[in-house]
Design a protein around this ligand. Structure first.
Ligand SMILES: C[S@@+](CC[C@H](N)C(=O)[O-])C[C@H]1O[C@@H](n2cnc3c(N)ncnc32)[C@H](O)[C@@H]1O
Length: 350
């Protein structure tokens, strides 16, 4: 097939096809006598793949690497791209919401400059918060040994004490209907999310670590794994029936945790449930008390571990949920591990 016919068939331009050729993504044969490009079936499949991936925004360089390496999987690239698009989409949403507020204030006339500047500043902070979270623990490197590390005993401080009890409690607490869509955020190797599959739920596991997701997929192929993070969940508004999360939220600062709750609220359906089992203190006073006991015991291992992460203040999370119309129940497993269960109400329903 010649270039014009290919362009017509694939609904693109000859210029676009030549551009991909220049970038080395396709190399059609050239006829000896006139140097016309001739595309065989394989070229056509390759070109339609390139066009499809470009349509969902995959950069040309990424497509180039993908097509060069036979071991690379298209779905891995699509997964990363979905995360990127959700981040961009949420940033646009934040900008439009701010713009609407600015318009409202500007309409009121008089000295609005300060108001506008204040709103712009808030937006800037929000954008930075969504973008700047970093994995300083390098979870990719922990993925393959993670399940083994949970079983370790004999330390002066064991963060995984009551791990199994906590995960089971989450399963017992959530009211599941067959066919429900569950989201497990920070799913890691799938130890919590997989427990809902047996009861007939469909589970999407979100994690920022591609290696954790790979291990999860290998252990539990039924789980749909999506790359993404707490602050830009790769899920549409009001899409899921329940959200669970274990041992993940304490990698976010207190402000980030509240934004994470906002994100959970965005994707959760009416009457949906949230259940979080995580490392947290009951409140600031409790944190001080526990830290003081570790200091008195000389337990530097515990102090170091706690200070390396961001154990939540449970009262702050409960407060946020109650203010946003959730009915909340809590459970404490030990001095550093709690569960929060929250059910979403429809506005003015109670
Ligand atoms: C300690 S593991 C817990 C894994 C699993 N939920 C469990 O209970 O065994 C923490 C997981 O949370 C993920 N995680 C940490 N911060 C995250 C974030 N901001 N967004 C998404 N995932 C995150 C890590 O990549 C890691 O897989």
């Amino acid at each position: 097939m010649y270039i014009k016919e290919v362009a017509k068939k694939l609904e693109t331009s000859t210029r676009t096809i030549r551009y991909y050729e220049e970038k080395g993504l396709i190399t059609p044969a050239k006829e000896e006598n006139n140097q016309y490009r001739f595309f065989n079936d394989e070229d056509l499949i390759r070109l339609s793949t390139i066009l499809s991936l470009r349509e969902v925004g995959l950069p040309v360089e990424a497509i180039h690497s993908l097509l060069k390496d036979k071991d690379m999987r298209v779905d891995d690239y699509l997964n990363v791209q979905r995360g990127v698009l959700y981040e961009q989409w949420l940033e646009l949403k934040d900008m439009i919401q701010t713009l609407d507020l600015m318009t409202e204030r500007a309409g009121k006339g008089d000295s609005v400059t300060n108001d506008l500047f204040g709103l712009a500043k808030q937006l800037k902070t929000l954008k930075a918060m969504r973008k700047n979270w970093q994995d300083k623990w390098n979870f990719d490197s922990q993925a393959h040994d993670y399940d083994q590390s949970i079983k370790m005993h004999g330390y002066k401080f064991n963060v995984h004490q009551d791990y199994e009890t906590a995960l089971n409690k989450v399963v017992d607490t959530i009211q599941l209907n067959s066919g429900d869509l569950f989201l497990d955020i920070g799913i890691g190797t799938g130890n919590l999310g997989s427990r809902f599959i047996e009861s007939g739920a469909k589970v999407i596991g979100v994690d920022q670590s591609e290696e954790m997701l790979a291990v999860c997929k290998e252990k539990h192929p039924e789980i749909e794994t999506r790359k993404g993070h707490f602050l830009a969940l790769p899920v549409m508004n009001m899409q899921v029936d329940a959200i669970v999360s274990s041992y993940a939220l304490h990698h976010l600062t207190d402000d980030e945790k509240l934004l994470a709750l906002e994100e959970m609220d965005r994707v959760l359906k009416r009457h949906g449930e949230i259940c979080i089992a995580d490392l947290m203190f009951l409140n600031e006073e409790h944190r001080q008390h526990i830290m003081q006991s570790f200091r008195e015991e000389g337990n530097v291992e515990a102090i170091g571990a706690i200070e390396d992460e961001y154990y939540a203040d449970r009262s702050q999370l409960v407060d946020w949920l109650e203010k946003h119309d959730y009915t909340v129940e809590t459970h404490q497993f030990n001095s550093i591990l709690s569960m929060i269960y929250a059910r979403k109400h429809v506005e003015n329903e109670r």
